[in-house]
Design a protein around this ligand. Sequence first.
Ligand SMILES: Cc1cc2nc3c(=O)[nH]c(=O)nc-3n(C[C@H](O)[C@H](O)[C@H](O)COP(=O)(O)OP(=O)(O)OC[C@H]3O[C@@H](n4cnc5c(N)ncnc54)[C@H](O)[C@@H]3O)c2cc1C
Length: 378
Amino acid sequence: MKRREVVVIGGGVAGSAAAIRLAQNGQDVLLLEKEPAAHDKVCGEFIAADAQHYLRELGIDLAALDAERITGIRITRGQRTSSARLPFSALSLSRRVLDEALLVRAQDQGARVWRGAAVTALIKGPECWHIEVAGHGVIQAETIFLATGKHDLREWRRPRGTQNDFLGFKCHFLLTPTQRVALAEHVEMTLFNGGYAGLGLVESGKANLCLVVTRRHFAMYGKKWDGLLGAILKAAPLLAERLAGAEACWPRPLSIFGIPYGFVYRVPSKTSPGLYRLGDQMAVIPSFSGYGMSIALHTAFLAAECHLRGGNANVYHRQARSDLLPLVRSASLLSKMAEFPWAQRGMLFASQIRPELITMIARQNRISTLQATLRPVC
Ligand SMILES: Cc1cc2nc3c(=O)[nH]c(=O)nc-3n(C[C@H](O)[C@H](O)[C@H](O)COP(=O)(O)OP(=O)(O)OC[C@H]3O[C@@H](n4cnc5c(N)ncnc54)[C@H](O)[C@@H]3O)c2cc1C
């Protein structure tokens, strides 16, 4: 059985980015992705400036993929709306298109990519890793890059985060031409009792509606998507206006549960060397920040850099934790507050009289500080 230098498990943004960096530097990389073809994912599809920077470095041309430009944000609750300019020009592109472009790029750069290859077990042997892949048998590797995102491998489960009871939903819509024009260049965040929703245009004239809601409120809304959406639209006139006459692109939305918001991996005193956790396996930032992909890409770059310098995964994990902890903590604090209607009303009121507050929060979320940490850490 051939032993691989590196096996990357998971072909989302983090896994593909790491595979590209490693393959470009001459490593023998095998990437295993469980889905057999391009697919949609629960995500707001907002690409912050930092994620754009990393994607450019990887050779991904977002404009050529027809990404939509976003320069402003509107925040709304009930009848009230505040708006602000973003401190950077963001982009928006569906994950179906972005993740596929990254996988193709990884392959072009020399990584071997297996699609429809679900890892069912990962075991550390005395000399190497043993990876059990459904339909492919067992593969051996010297180093693992674990990038399975929201899904945990058995035996490698993440502990809970600080906010664990949110459910996520996402659906694409075809808006009417008038509403498409009204939404252009903006992301609109709707605050409602028990959660928040983001609406923005993506490629091919579609709009992405992505929302999170607490389990308790979902139960109150009847545990059904139609009941949930109906209740939100009743309380949110701006979103109702946008979706009036719109056509849902799928019969049912995509959904996800058990998101460990606020989780940041801490290296235990006794760890398995040779395993790098990337993306959501390293840290999970609350969704409203629109920052998960930036973090996924940052961890991929940092881990690849560390590995290429002959470094140690524990050094990488400590560096990534110190880079990410302040960002995840401040976003989690806001996210916890946003669970309460009085706090939502307060946030909206404050942002109406001081719109620059929104710009300030968005600016804090820039990873430029993180980019600087791409110094040799290993
Ligand atoms: C509701 C919501 C909204 C969000 N909105 C935004 C946003 O607007 N902007 C932003 O930047 N971030 C956003 N995020 C966060 C972002 O989606 C994640 O942080 C990002 O996708 C993490 O990338 P990843 O590569 O770690 O994981 P993923 O993108 O989840 O990729 C993991 C990959 O691993 C594969 N996989 C899983 N298990 C296995 C297995 N056993 N074997 C093989 N392959 C496997 C999966 O099929 C998948 O392709 C949002 C998240 C949520 C929940």
